[in-house]
Design a protein around this ligand. Sequence first.
Ligand code: HEC
Length: 361
Amino acid sequence: MSAGIKKIAVAVVLALAAWFGSGALGFPHVFQAMFVAYVALGLAVFLLLDAPPMRRLSGWTAVAALVGFYLVLSAMYIGGASSWPQYDPEVEKGKIEKILKRKRAMALAEQRQVDTWLEQVRVLQDDSQTVMARLGRFAPATAVPEAPPKQGALTVVERGAEVYDLYECYNCHKIGGKGSVKKRGPILDNIGSFLTVNDIKRKIFDPTYLYAEGFEKEHKKGRMPDKYKDLMTDEEVQALATYLSTLKDPTAKTPKPVFVKSNVEHGFTVFGYVRDASGRALPGTEVRAMPQVKGGHGASGKTDEAGYYEIFLHMHNENAGATVEVSAQGAKKTFVADYDPNDTITRRQQSLDLTVAAPEG
Ligand code: HEC
């Protein structure tokens, strides 16, 4: 028996070494657990060696015992294997395919462009021959370069949701209750109320730009990957940030962002979306913001293709607490620019969406 205890002691030491050693080498937890499992398996084998010999079996009992042993072993093997995290190769292949599809479409568009140019050159050559032949008459080339293929029928916001999926932000973040089981990063359902599209873009490309309140430790440890600026195209990050900026669920527990790298400006930013009654975003819509104070300076902006606008107002410390009116196409809303003049950390900004009755002619 004491031999058994010695073996268990050795196994415990080995298991600890396997766990911490592989951890120090940077193996993910799944692998660490697997190494420990191997040690446990070895221990089981060595303990079996100590077991008293079995009664000798013969005839059909021996066959039945052998088959039974095989079945138990298979069940353990299959059960064990399927309890590890599973990756569906089809899902992964689908993701790669989506990324490649865009790159291919772009390459194809370039190829088409080159073909068009070659065609133009040919036409020009023909023309110059015509000119040579019939001096005095000149026929300019009129070929119009082909536009690159459209990005399917996705809206910018839909495309952004797709980018969020492709780059697996859900591994650490939750949206609509889906994603990161272990609360690695903040819930993003209300991020649009806090951050402008531009700030979201900057956070994605440079995670040190700001941090979510309550996640100081994770921020210091650099938990959010610093790789997206090398991986994402401008189109991808723009769509992703646009998508996230539409998430404005005030009941969600999205933590407030704290800016690390920027000073508070002596101004106030209003940002948000203009939509019609059916919820459709309205691009190219004029939006005006006007502080309701004596001598206040109004400012205006236009919504982009996703229906998003951003207006920078010149407001000074003494304007704190002023009411600001925001309007577009007859729709009006007000808010109180309620900032603390002594607070030099919190951004002076307000998210505000407008719904207009009917789009202009
Ligand atoms: C490995 C985990 C991880 C991944 C993957 C990740 N993030 Fe983060 N993210 C974090 C953590 C942790 C924080 C909080 C600490 C901080 O702000 O640095 C955070 C913070 C944020 C914030 C600020 C939230 C707030 O309330 O202020 C945004 C926005 C964000 N992430 C967007 C993204 C997007 C978009 C992606 C995918 C392209 C992504 N993250 C991928 C871990 C991750």
